[in-house]
Design a protein. Structure first.
Ligand code: CYC
Length: 161
């Protein structure tokens, strides 16, 4: 699993280079957002249950067919699986925010997920809609919409789409 610093060291070490201006800029911007990353992750942790509940309600309001007979989130078991998946996305986003790197998302969340979803008929469109709703709720909670805050949610969206 990588973070902003280990991944940078890894790539400079691979070619035996000292950090150059680009590397310093990357490190500076990571440290400059460090405190804010921790605060965002703490706010997510403290509000996780309510964020997931709200994201689920909003998603099922926007795509009501999901919870009607024939919908992928119809039946209590599948409804619960959907909320659990949203909780996974949120929790791993809170890790990636602190790491400043999306590697944890590849390794723990995204690997093989498209195949699993496709074999179970879990629709990708509404899933990424749910991830984007989570992102917006986190923006509202944290009171900003910076790129670094959007990054893990947008990465999962891109990789799943
Ligand atoms: C199922 N979601 C699953 C399954 C996996 C994941 C592996 C199949 C096994 C199971 O049911 O538990 C996802 N598992 C993960 C992820 C991780 C993991 C991400 C990383 C930590 O370990 N259905 C919808 C909505 C969406 C949804 C759009 C919610 C946003 O209509 C989710 N996922 C959903 C549903 C199932 C599922 C309903 C159950 C499908 C079924 O069994 O028929």
């Amino acid at each position: 699993m990588q973070d902003a610093i280990t991944s940078l060291i890894g790539s400079y070490d691979a070619t035996g280079k000292y950090f150059d201006r680009d590397a310093m800029d990357t490190l500076k911007s990571y440290f400059a957002t460090g405190t804010a990353r921790l605060a965002a992750s703490a706010a997510i942790t403290a509000n996780a249950a309510s964020l997931v509940r709200k994201a689920g309600s909003q998603l099922f309001e926007e795509v009501p067919d999901l919870i009607r007979p024939g919908g992928n989130a119809y039946t209590t078991r599948r409804f619960a699986a959907c909320l659990r998946d949203l909780d996974y996305y949120l929790r791993y986003a809170s890790y990636a925010l602190v790491a400043g790197n999306n590697d944890v998302l590849d390794e723990r969340v995204l690997q093989g997920l498209r195949d699993t979803y496709s074999s179970l008929g879990v629709p990708i469109g509404p899933t990424v809609q749910g991830i984007q709703i989570l992102k917006q709720l986190v923006f509202d909670l944290v009171g900003e919409s910076a790129d670094w805050l959007a990054a893990p949610f947008d990465y999962m969206t891109r990789e799943l789409s």
